[in-house]
Design a binder for this molecule. Structure first.
Ligand SMILES: N=C(N)NCCCC[C@H](N)C(=O)O
Ligand SMILES: O=C(O)CCC(=O)C(=O)O
Ligand SMILES: [Fe+2]
Length: 329
């Protein structure tokens, strides 16, 4: 349950990663240290930074730099990969096209999803079927982003082993039928800076309205130097998640809230870029298998009150419902 946290902890997950291919990892004291920190952060804030994650900072930077270069292209160029329902909601959306709680968000983005082959999940998967749309410029865009997705997928699986232990389960709680064939989402996002007209500041635009993420775990690779991401604590205060170079900001999604029977919550967050500079963020979302029916784990029901607090939800249905209301014109 979220508390009145005032800041977001930084966790060095190096010791977890060193042992995460060992089935006896749960007995390692270095792993146990990390697991304890993960458990505390997930209970208190639902947000934490990770360092020692093994993805080189140069790659984190390249991914943001290429994203920035794409958004600098003329609008007509960006429209060549326009997102439409027919393309499985994959591709470029202009500023104001994404809607959160009825309000247009002041961001542009490229949305990418794990590819779904036609018919793969029957009617459930139909709306998301399609291939990602990659720009031809900047060069090497597709190659870099696909490499990045595979690094984030592996990292997320390993962090989830730590979270599984934190919940009191086996390290592999979120593999196999649950998330052994994890669906993923990647959003390359650009938030325009604010410009003052005649010396007076224009009221703050919301880059992305208050929302929770949909799946298991999000890895946010945000621009250095601009503080814009804010996380809501129990009292309703917005706590900033300032950039910490070389780290990811991680947060819990709706499916992990259900699995943990509310022990961990998917915390509300929003983005307000009140700096004059354009802000880039690359968010990677690690989800369950597309067709998995998610319900509270027995080990988590025991740790709460014995009763389940959430009904079962099919991840794919949850995603499709969100996507179909994110873009009402
Ligand atoms: N795939 C994820 N998690 N995307 C997060 C985007 C949040 C904004 C969206 N309009 C919403 O209201 O959910
Ligand atoms: O821009 C950010 O820092 C976070 C974006 C976000 O919350 C999202 O895309 O779900
Ligand atoms: Fe988010």
């Amino acid at each position: 349950m979220a508390t009145d946290f005032k800041s977001i902890p930084i966790i060095d997950i190096g010791p977890l990663l060193a042992k995460c291919d060992d089935p006896k990892m749960g007995q390692d004291s270095g792993v146990a240290q990390v697991v304890k920190q993960l458990d505390q952060a997930c209970k208190e804030a639902g947000f934490f930074y990770v360092k020692g994650h093994g993805i080189p900072e140069t790659i984190l930077k390249q991914v943001k730099n290429l994203t920035r270069k794409f958004f600098e292209l003329p609008y007509e160029e960006k429209l060549k990969i326009k997102m439409t329902a027919d393309r499985g909601y994959r591709g470029y959306q202009r500023i104001g096209e994404n809607i959160t709680k009825g309000v247009p968000d002041m961001h542009e983005a490229i949305d990418c999803y794990k590819e779904l082959k036609p018919g793969m999940y029957g009617d459930l998967g139909k709306p998301m079927e399609g291939c990602n749309q990659w720009p031809i410029q900047p060069t090497n865009f597709k190659m870099l982003m696909e490499e990045y997705v595979s690094l984030c997928t592996e990292l997320s699986r390993n962090i989830m082993r730590g979270i599984a232990l934190a919940l009191g389960g086996s390290p592999y709680e979120f593999e196999g039928e649950r998330a052994g064939n994890a669906f993923w989402v990647m959003r390359l996002i650009g938030y325009p800076g604010v410009h003052s007209a005649n010396g007076s500041d224009i009221p703050k635009d919301v880059g992305c309205g208050a929302h929770t993420d949909y799946g298991l775990l999000t890895l946010v690779n945000q621009d250095d130097d601009i503080t814009a991401l804010q996380v809501r604590n129990r009292s309703g205060e917005w706590i900033s998640a300032p950039p910490v170079p070389g780290t990811f900001v991680c947060n819990i999604g709706d499916m992990l809230k259900i699995y943990s029977n509310g022990l961990y919550e998917s915390t509300l967050h929003q983005v307000i870029n009140s700096s004059p500079k354009y802000r880039v963020c690359v968010a990677y979302f690690y989800e369950t298998n597309f067709d998995t029916a998610v319900e509270p784990l027995d080990i988590c029901k025991e740790r709460t009150t014995g009763a389940k607090k959430f009904e079962r939800a099919v991840y794919g249905e949850h995603l499709v419902k969100k996507v179909q209301t994110n873009f009402v014109y």
